[in-house]
Design a protein around this ligand. Structure first.
Ligand SMILES: CSC[C@H]1O[C@H](OP(=O)(O)O)[C@H](O)[C@@H]1O
Length: 362
């Protein structure tokens, strides 16, 4: 396990995906990027559920943060004065928001934390208004902690980026997927701020095009050299010697180090291994799920056929054709060179090194 420096950095996504507006959650509609920048004011847990499910907000940490504020909105809507009823409202909101998407463990991690906090608060002799203020403070803390966690991931990963390197990434694990900085993109922002010269190759990441629409957008805005690739081009750029490292994010890491991430990541990992290129996964501890034994136990979301048959705004496949649209795949741990966390970089054997990360949390 390595230890990072205490550098700070300001660069990140040019836009914040989520912020609290006093009585609403302000959510950037990421489905409209990069052409349109539209912020939505959400006033109910139902609107937050829909924002997560339809991917207006996406990215494991951002999904967890949005859900936390969704619980706050539900609690604030309780009209009564009984803490026991208030607690029931918050618990129902947590269960409801947990149905919005199945794979990113940050959603359940954040909701479990909000549920635990609500349980603690309901046992105090506070007014409902005070309970709501303290529950909001917990959602704010989840957001603020994620920002610090991503910054630390950037610091620990910084030594992996040297002058002249080419780095390939898949999907979007940038500031838009988190509170700020991102996970996989955090070291890229920090390296750029430190004057390191490197190139990024961003897979467009079909079918929702998070790489083209979000990663290319974020990095271009930050002045980072980014080249957009169709997903079937990764092998060629690796064969040309243009890529010296792959850095991706993740939605859930199982206890054995298997990594669930955006569909297509597994293929990139196999290609990286075939070309002798290190494959790094940037992950907050909140995305590591020791209660899930292996990658085969991770629920993989399947999304609507239209994301594939009409993803570019026009039909590109025959009516009635069968479609398989898994939103994630699982990269077996043997393809993972190292996992970069806010506590440092860990390597195999992951069933031990991941457990050690949580040892001093007990
Ligand atoms: C920093 S988490 C980013 C992670 O989430 C993305 O999935 P989605 O856009 O469907 O929420 C993708 O797997 C990214 O690697």
């Amino acid at each position: 396990m390595s230890t990072g420096t205490d550098q700070d950095f300001n660069a990140s996504s040019p836009l914040s995906s989520l912020s609290w507006g006093g009585d609403h959650l302000l959510m950037l509609d990421q489905r409209l990027l990069p052409e349109e920048i539209v912020f939505l004011k959400l006033y109910t847990a139902e609107e937050v559920w829909e924002g997560i499910h339809s991917m207006k907000v996406r990215g494991a940490p951002a999904i967890g943060i949005a859900a936390a504020y969704g619980v706050v909105l539900a609690a604030r809507a309780y009209p009564g004065a009984l803490p026991v009823e208030w607690l029931e409202v918050t618990r129902k909101a947590c269960a409801y928001l947990a149905t919005s998407r199945p794979t990113a463990v940050n959603l359940f991690w954040a909701l479990d934390r909000m549920k635990e906090k609500a349980g603690q608060l309901a046992n105090t002799a506070s007014s409902i208004a005070a309970l709501n203020e303290q529950l909001l403070a917990e959602a704010d803390a989840i957001r603020a902690e994620d920002e610090e966690v991503c910054r630390r991931i950037g610091e620990h990963a910084l030594p992996l980026i040297q002058d002249g390197m080419g780095i390939l990434t898949h999907c979007n694990a940038g500031g838009l997927a988190t509170a700020k900085y991102g996970t996989a993109l955090a070291p890229m922002y920090l390296a750029h701020e430190n004057g390191i010269s490197f190139k990024v190759f961003a897979d467009e990441t079909r079918p929702v095009l998070q790489g083209a629409r979000l990663t290319a957008f974020e990095l271009q805005q930050a002045g980072i050299d980014v080249t957009l690739l169709a997903d079937n081009m990764a092998a060629m750029v690796m064969s040309k010697g243009w890529v010296q490292a792959v850095i991706v994010g993740t939605d859930r890491i199982a206890a054995n180090g298997d990594v669930a991430n955006k569909i297509g990541t597994y293929g990139v990992a196999v290609l990286a291994k075939a070309h002798g290129i290190p494959f790094y996964v940037a992950s907050p501890l909140s995305t590591i799920d020791l209660s899930t034994p292996t990658g085969q136990d991770i629920p993989i979301e399947e999304r609507a056929a239209e994301e594939i048959t009409e993803g570019f705004g026009k039909r590109t496949a025959p009516q009635g054709v069968k479609v398989f649209n898994p939103a994630f795949d699982v990269t077996p741990n043997e393809y993972v060179t190292a996992i970069i966390t806010e506590k440092g970089i860990v390597q195999a054997p992951y069933d031990e090194s991941l457990k050690d990360l949580f040892a001093d949390n007990d």
